[in-house]
Design a protein around this ligand. Sequence first.
Ligand code: UD1
Ligand code: UDP
Length: 412
Amino acid sequence: MKRRLKILCVAGARPNFMKVAPLMRALAAKAPFEVRLLHTGQHYDEKLSRVFFDDLDIPRPDIELEVGSGSHAAQTAEIIRRFEPVLEEEQPQAVLVVGDVNSTTACALVAAKFELSRANQFVWQFGRRRRPVTIHVEAGLRSGDRDMPEEINRRVTDAISDLLFVSDPAGVVNLRDEGVDPQRVFYVGNVMIDTLVAARDRAMRSRVLEDLGLRERQFGVVTLHRPSNVDDPDKLRALLRILDRLATPACPLVFPVHPRTRSRVEASGIIFDPARWRITGPLGYLDFLKLQALARIVFTDSGGVQEETTILGVPCLTLRDNTERPVTVSEGTNLLVGTDEERVLQGVATATSGRRNGGMPRYWDGQAARRIAEVLSRVFVAPMEWRVSRRASSVGPSRVPGPTPEMDSAKP
Ligand code: UD1
Ligand code: UDP
């Protein structure tokens, strides 16, 4: 019996939507795949979720878990609880997760232990398969900081995934050092940058600068949502004071406030002078991309923003002591400055001196999702050869074919 291969893509929080958008398109363009989208509902506000479906032309999710917010344990548990019946119903041959949020890890964990019904077990190029193949896109990133919830999510997800697609060259080294079979690892570039490349022209038509009364290169952008920066009121207040001293009427700071940060900013007691600040809620992708592209400088603790500013060639000061995306520092425009005032001021001086132009990391060229779709076509074998197993009673090892020269895991 010939069957299409069902891949269930998972998204749940803001940075997931930019990553699944190009993957959904690239996979749907390949004949063997039937692509389904699941939204866990980890993020649910219009400005953290739906706006990206509109901005990026992502089809509405086929399945919504509507888990909402909660502690790490409660949210993760709720996703796990609600995801299992979906796998029962959908019986996908692969589950694809992106990034490092709770939705990523929770769904990978369920998929990695889920047994397909006998009729849906299958044979792929490397043996029989009783479970869906778990695919992690943006694998291998490590900040080395285990106090960061995402670092736990990254390690767990990579440890249980079958196929690991890597965006930062350091990720290949990290996975090798952790003993991961290199045949499961593919350096393919950055799907988040696929979205940037595809949306850039449209973003430049946004009227966000006019709406906020800003002029090209005469403003800075701020985003803050890491628990290490925003959960402790004293730490947040100190950080905002540093930024407040940098904001001027000639170069105001635009601060689209993440919901995690909102109540804490209000409680900080900082009065934002409207001549020097533009405070907004979270912005849509196109508006925010235009702001980043035309800013003089960006201050952030976001992962994705470090990557986007690298490709846009805009100076980025990362208000953290570590990054899981070191290529943005070694080849891009990113400077790790932490949260100490002196280092931030030094960083501003370096960033605005024009001595760092940045460059493009290998394969951050808008084609990462296409590379992933090609690898998946290969490992699941051409559709004519792909069969649902009649006697799927044992599992082969989770081997995948060696990398192509273009996607060589050993050569990021
Ligand atoms: C999550 C991710 C983080 C990612 C960020 C992107 C985890 C552990 N964290 O952090 O890696 O960088 O998303 O933005 O997965 N809230 C709303 N509306 C929403 C969603 C959340 O008001 O639509 C509020 C709730 O009060 C919630 C808080 O924001 O408790 C935090 O949300 P949560 O998804 O737990 O973590 P984020 O800080 O958003
Ligand atoms: N972003 C956005 N609107 C905003 C702030 C960020 O569209 O107001 C986009 C940003 O361009 C990037 C993504 O959100 O594509 C980054 O997500 P976030 O910072 O929430 O998460 P992280 O990357 O830190 O996990």
